[in-house]
Design a protein around this ligand. Structure first.
Ligand SMILES: [Zn+2]
Ligand SMILES: [Zn+2]
Length: 290
């Protein structure tokens, strides 16, 4: 079993609900939570601890009960819950004070306009809570990616003119010839590791098969060759949410970067400049755009 920061669980965008009462864990991340944090059957609720730096906070994980006859085949609905006045909620509002301020303003404006739509921090200013399995059972270790962290990585990536393929394939950056400040190095390595962890968790989800051709070339040969690809270039978007990632075989990965086909998120297809089109054969984690 992987422990501590090695076992990535979930990256969650900071929103109003996260700062006050909790969040849902999407189906593709539930298995990791079950395997590494807490076993929980439908209808059950268990106490867990959140570790933030050296402090521990109480919360609950719930595997929501629902009408299984009415919603046959529906996956588990997994939620992390706490109350708005809890120490955990207070701590989260302190760490993500920028998101909190923006969301408060947006909600105030939405209320005045009598708009019931959920408010969301605008792109470029979004912050994230990253969850890893803790060393102890029932413990989740939290890391935060604030807008300040992202700004540092943005500066670095822009100043180095890093190519997307280089970013995706490099093990770690070689900082030897880069006169980057220590703070910058740390942030870049941290974001880069997180990117790899999210990619690895998706590869496990697809059992190392390519989402485009459904093949696992390495399987018979006893190795894993699956790679993760960013739908929107990471060096442009700095977006390593799972919705921006695909699991592909090395062949498809090379072709995508060479031919630069356009990905259609509604039809889940790649359209190549020469007119060729191919659709994803496997998809568990991408929500089809409307
Ligand atoms: Zn493939
Ligand atoms: Zn790629």
């Amino acid at each position: 079993m992987l422990n501590g920061k090695d076992c990535f669980l979930y990256k969650k965008e900071v929103d109003w609900s996260l700062l006050h009462e909790g969040f849902s864990i999407p189906v593709e991340f539930q298995k990791s939570v079950q395997d590494h944090v807490v076993r929980i059957v439908r209808g059950q609720s268990k106490r867990i601890r959140f570790a933030i730096k050296t402090q521990l906070f109480d919360a609950r994980v719930i595997n929501q009960a629902f009408d299984e006859k009415k919603y046959a085949g529906h996956p588990d609905v997994f939620q992390v819950r706490y109350v708005p006045t809890s120490l955990l909620a207070l701590k989260l509002r302190e760490i993500f004070e920028k998101s909190y301020a923006v969301l408060k303003t947006l909600r105030h404006e939405a209320k005045k306009a009598e708009c019931r739509k959920q408010v969301r921090v605008p792109e470029g200013a979004r912050e994230y809570l990253v969850l890893y399995a803790g060393a102890d059972e029932h413990e989740i270790v939290c890391d935060s990616i604030t807008s300040d962290d992202i700004a540092i990585v943005r500066l670095f990536v822009d100043s180095k003119d890093i190519r997307e393929e280089e970013f995706e394939r490099a093990g770690e950056y070689d900082f030897k010839d880069l006169r980057a400040r220590i703070e910058t190095r740390e942030q870049v390595v941290r974001i880069r590791r997180l990117d790899r962890s999210i990619g690895e968790s998706l590869k496990r989800l697809y059992k190392y098969r390519c989402q485009i051709c459904a093949e696992n070339f390495g399987k018979e040969r006893g190795v894993d060759t699956a790679e993760s690809h960013h739908i929107e270039d990471f060096v442009k978007s700095l977006n390593n949410d799972s919705e921006n990632l695909l699991v592909v075989c090395p062949n498809h990965h090379t072709v995508i970067h060479k031919a630069q086909p356009v990905f259609d998120g509604r039809r889940l297809t790649f359209a190549y400049p020469n007119g060729f089109e191919e659709r994803l054969q496997l998809n568990i984690h991408l929500k089809r755009l409307r």
